[in-house]
Design a protein around this ligand. Structure first.
Ligand SMILES: C[S@@+](CC[C@H](N)C(=O)[O-])C[C@H]1O[C@@H](n2cnc3c(N)ncnc32)[C@H](O)[C@@H]1O
Length: 240
């Protein structure tokens, strides 16, 4: 299976039009607001001597932090332009980066052969994937974990749609970073409340822990309030 050409081009277009400035992508929050607290949730369950793979790593901001907490960190992304950003932002090579479509089962299996069982970090990928591709994205998590890995997955919930709509309806239209998301045809918060846990269970994963959170964005409303998007997180392992 493969993502559609429209979807692939939407992401390639977005990342090609994004500069190297940290935070230019609306979700590109500092690790102190994302991978740092998320690692604290994952590490009690995980063997940090295994690698971690950051699925849909974008420009690699979180991957570089994960490299400080796990034996090895690999970021993979559908977009070649995203991977080029990630490599430029990591001149010392603390992490490794590779282009990979999570929906391409053969490519995911080949990655698992190279890494062995690995931990997984996935922030904000399923919620905006094409509905028909979502089961394969969840299956990629299960393939990479094998028996020994543990995953941390955080996905926007449908409540994010109302926040995004509210942010778009301000005088002068959506703030610049949000406008770019819509202009490139990206579709955030498309998954229903129950869809993500159901997809993860159907992929053969069991939920060890989960909770509600918000993913802080790098964009603000005219009154200076930061846009924080409602999300749910899961710590996962292979079901017995
Ligand atoms: C909303 S961004 C989040 C980026 C990063 N995880 C973060 O939290 O900063 C979603 C990322 O997933 C990537 N992506 C979307 N579908 C993918 C797929 N099928 N395979 C691999 N990467 C994908 C996009 O290119 C994009 O970089």
């Amino acid at each position: 299976m493969d993502v559609s050409q429209r979807y692939r081009e939407a992401w390639e277009g977005f990342w090609s039009a994004t500069s190297d400035s940290p935070g230019e992508a609306i979700w590109d929050a500092a690790p102190s607001l994302s991978a740092v607290p998320h690692s604290e949730l994952l590490l009690p369950y995980a063997d940090a001597s295994l690698p971690v793979v950051d699925l849909g790593c974008g420009n690699g901001t979180q991957t570089r932090y994960l490299a400080t907490r796990f034996a090895r960190a690999i970021g993979v992304d559908l977009s070649h332009a995203a991977i080029a950003h990630a490599r430029r932002a990591d001149p010392e090579g603390v992490a490794e980066f590779a282009q990979l479509d999570l929906v391409d089962d053969d490519a995911v299996r080949a990655l698992h052969e190279r890494t062995g069982d690995t931990n997984v970090y996935m922030r904000a990928v399923i919620h905006q994937s094409e509905p028909e591709a979502r089961p394969a994205v969840a299956a990629a998590v299960a393939t990479l974990l094998g028996k020994r890995g543990r995953a941390f997955v955080a996905e926007l919930t449908p409540a994010s749609k109302a926040v995004l709509q509210q942010a778009s309806e301000v005088p002068g239209g959506p703030p610049e970073k949000l406008r770019r998301v819509f202009e490139h045809g990206l579709k955030p918060a498309g998954a229903t409340e129950e869809e993500v846990p159901e997809l993860l269970r159907a992929a053969g994963l069991t939920v060890l822990d989960s909770g509600d959170t918000a993913l802080p964005q790098t964009e603000y409303l005219p009154d200076g309030t930061r846009i924080d998007l409602p999300a749910r997180w899961f710590v996962l392992a292979a079901a017995l």
